[in-house]
Design a protein around this ligand. Sequence first.
Ligand code: ATP
Length: 241
Amino acid sequence: MAELTVDDLVVDYGPVRALDGVSMRVPSGSVVAVLGANGAGKTTLLRAVSGTLRFQRGRVARGEIAVAGTRVDGVPAAAVVRRGVTHVPEGRRVFARMTVEENLRAGGLGTPRRAAARARGRVRELFPVLAERAHQRAGLLSGGEQQMLAIGRALMAEPSVLLLDEPTLGLAPQMAARIAATIRAINEAGTSVLLVEQNVATALSLASYAYVLEVGSVALEGPAATLADSDEVRHRYLGIG
Ligand code: ATP
């Protein structure tokens, strides 16, 4: 069964059409990547799914978004989290003045206490460094550690689907590789992932299926291995050939 489905999603910001009839599915347990140039609509897509698009001025959205068969389009962000979908926005927006521990606790608000404690244990296993820095202000962490915290905070709600917006952007290659390995581990533990990533090689190595957005529409889609082998993708998106 498809965990997350998006059908014919259209989003306008005033006169600007950011998404023009996008449909995609994230099957249960999979990693699905969304590729595309700046401005293609990737962030808008994740914000539409997570319900945070509601706060954008001038936006009008239509189309159907469903999680495990239940419609979530038009539903407030907090209710989307309760449906099992959490969003790690671009730019690793942690609460800089709060401690690491407080950030994680904020991610678990609204989660039953037992589940939050279980999630806390899992986050500690995935990111031992966050346990070491529990009482440090989040703003003092390195970029990579802040990304770990942003992902850890999202995991505190025990999501069935994790939305990741450019998780390796701006990170040194070694740290980017660590984040990629963590995404794989999170998925192997059962969480589905919708991954927006500018680094096409990283995205296609993690995902089983990928969509390429171009100015608000799906220009290309297919199994990640097929896209990685396609001359068009290699040439246009990987700069090879
Ligand atoms: P990036 O990688 O740069 O974040 P993206 O693929 O995520 O790009 P979006 O941020 O979703 O793309 O933007 C899609 C289109 O919508 C772009 O043309 C952008 O300029 C426009 N847009 C995004 N947010 C707004 C807004 N709040 N008001 C008006 N136009 C917007």
